[in-house]
Write a protein that binds this ligand. Sequence first.
Ligand code: ADP
Ligand code: MG
Length: 343
Amino acid sequence: MNGHQVACTVGPYELLDRLGSGGMGHVYRARLPGEGPAALAIKVVPLQSSAQRAAQRQRFLREAQTATRLRHPHILPVYDYGESNGQLYLVMKLVEGGTLADRIAQGPLPLGDVAAILTQIAGALDYAHARGVIHRDIKPQNILFDRGGDAYLSDFGVAQHDPRVGAGGSSFIGTAAYASPEQCRGEELTSASDLYALGVVTFEMLTGTLPFQGMTALAMMHQHLHQPPPDPCTLRPDLPPATGEVVQRVLAKRPSARYRSAASFSGALSRALYSPATPAPLLPSKSVPAAPLADTTPARPASLPPAPSPTANRRQRRQKLMLSAALALLTLATIAALLLTLL
Ligand SMILES: Nc1ncnc2c1ncn2[C@@H]1O[C@H](COP(=O)(O)OP(=O)(O)O)[C@@H](O)[C@H]1O
Ligand SMILES: [Mg+2]
């Protein structure tokens, strides 16, 4: 929130302060007059020049309509949309826990948080994919948190970018960081492209950095197309080695070589993070408490029983030995006492 005060209305909604800005326009805290405290966020998108206006309006309204139909505990609800005074607008639930981008900016996330956030977002993504909806712009700025720490995927299909249009400009850089190889080639996007972008986001949560860091959108796209992704374990040595294999697979250059679903990716990552070779204890997910999950969402990673480490096994064996020795001594002492009594 940047505290800009605005006093105007869009359609029937009253705009309050500005929450943030993106490539398409500004987002405001808003409310319906007479309906109590502000609980809405409205994205206001100015209409383009008359030549592109019809296509822009048609695409925005079509995508907004699709977004209103998506109902999942981890998809940011879109309540309404429309056009008012030469502007398009999208009315969403207001969430005030910041974005995943804010959290990554503070450094790598605790492993338990990575697993929990990924499980929630993967459930949301599989739900949309099962209904034929491709997100097209998965990035940390589009993953928002409520005050309880639950994650929401926002901006389904609304923020479409064409890499061929923006490849030379700086505005595409943010999205180029998450663009799959097929997106970089300008091919049609599929659910596998969303999975690739989710893989990049996961890499960022684990390491605090992007896997590919070209200086321009074009350089970054070249890396997505031709450079193997780095092993996250080299950037964060406390990661179990199996994490690297999972990341390699979700960031495969060939869409068919990636995981079949977001849930299978998040499941594989959780298993890797909770694997017995984990050298450091995992932090429990405090900031992402349990939330009702849809059918498509796999079991929360926090419910996985922690595998016993080799150190714990050794400790258990030592305890058993000491117990046996104590029992043997006790038996000997009892026999000696009996003999003494008899003599
Ligand atoms: N529903 C919302 N509730 C609260 N803040 C929001 C909401 N939607 C967006 N924002 C804020 O507005 C900013 C701009 O959003 P957006 O226009 O979608 O651009 P981007 O996704 O590129 O950041 C976000 O980064 C976030 O801080
Ligand atoms: Mg957004």
